[in-house]
Design a protein. Structure first.
Length: 132
């Protein structure tokens, strides 16, 4: 992937993780470009199949396409930032990310977004006035 494509993806995401929405400048580890549909599943390296992702969301997501909605107990596709609206899918409750759809709830679960350490970091950022 060339630098120009990477930068286009980064700008489209407004320099935020497209899954947990933490702004890039507030993470210590470099952000990644995620293949929404992994190469393993025949996903292509195209602007439409790429998402800007923090290290943690990218690591937990891996090549997963689906997860279990913890509320319904059903297997569902993960949140796709190219096909679904973040604001329709998620909402903040303080530093806790709440899923409003089955895909969002499964994504929070698979990506371990509300892990206590990640929540503690977001709580600190909120105290400093950082908005997600």
């Amino acid at each position: 992937m060339d630098a120009a494509l990477r930068e286009r993806v980064r700008i489209r995401a407004r320099r935020r993780c497209e899954y947990c929405h933490v702004p890039e400048p507030f993470e210590k580890t470099p952000y990644c470009i995620d293949h929404i549909i992994a190469k393993k599943h025949h996903g292509v390296t195209s602007f439409e199949n790429l998402a800007f992702s923090c290290f943690w969301c990218n690591t937990f997501k891996g090549d997963n396409l689906s997860g279990v909605d913890p509320q319904a107990g059903e297997i569902v596709n993960l949140f796709n930032p190219r096909l679904q609206s973040w604001t329709d899918s998620f909402r903040w409750q303080g530093a806790i990310l709440v899923g409003q759809t089955p895909a969002a709830r499964a994504t929070i679960d698979v990506l371990n977004i509300n892990d206590w350490e990640r929540v503690a970091i977001r709580e600190s950022l909120l105290e400093e006035g950082v908005e997600f």
